[in-house]
Design a binder for this molecule. Structure first.
Ligand code: DQA
Length: 156
């Protein structure tokens, strides 16, 4: 079902993945599963297209590159993104810089984690993002990304 009016300017959503998520499918599959990041991105791009949403995918192992991407696609762009789906990966537990970049962007974002960060080492329970996110999805594997996109399709 197409929820957006195709005559409207298409919404733009960024899907951002942090360090080591380029290794999905090979990296600790018992925790993160066997689906590759490319499979996830392709699936979400296809679904976004059906709803006239432009999905821009970005993965980096570097905190500053993620900060740059958010500002380039946000305040420095003449067609800024409308929302963000982000798995900050290890930066979840460390990055004031990415948190500040999202605060500067001032658009809704959903935080996604493949694993249940609350059922692992204690240091993973704290997130620098959750209190600012519209929602947090964790522990549901790569379906969490689809759920985040579905929410934006309904609510953007
Ligand atoms: C992760 C959880 C983080 O603690 C970890 O550093 C990751 C992936 C997840 O998707 O479960 O790299 O964000």
């Amino acid at each position: 079902m197409i929820t957006q009016n195709p005559t409207q300017t298409p919404k733009k959503i960024a899907l951002i993945n942090g360090p080591n998520l380029h290794l999905l499918g090979k990296r600790e599959p018992e925790i993160y599963g066997y689906t590759t990041l490319k499979d996830i991105e392709d699936r979400l791009i296809n679904k976004s297209r059906e709803h006239h949403i432009e999905l821009i995918c970005f993965q980096s192992n570097h905190e500053g590159a993620i900060v740059d991407f958010i500002s380039e696609q946000g305040l420095l762009s003449n067609k800024p993104i409308d929302a963000v789906i982000i798995n900050p990966a290890a930066h979840t537990h460390t990055s004031v810089a990415i948190r500040d970049a999202l605060a500067a962007l001032n658009k809704p974002f959903i935080e996604v984690h493949l694993s249940n960060i609350h059922a692992r080492e204690p240091f993973r329970s704290h997130s620098y993002f959750s209190d600012k996110a519209v929602g947090v999805i964790c522990g549901l594997g790569d379906s969490g990304y689809d759920m985040a996109l579905d929410w934006f399709i309904k609510n953007l």
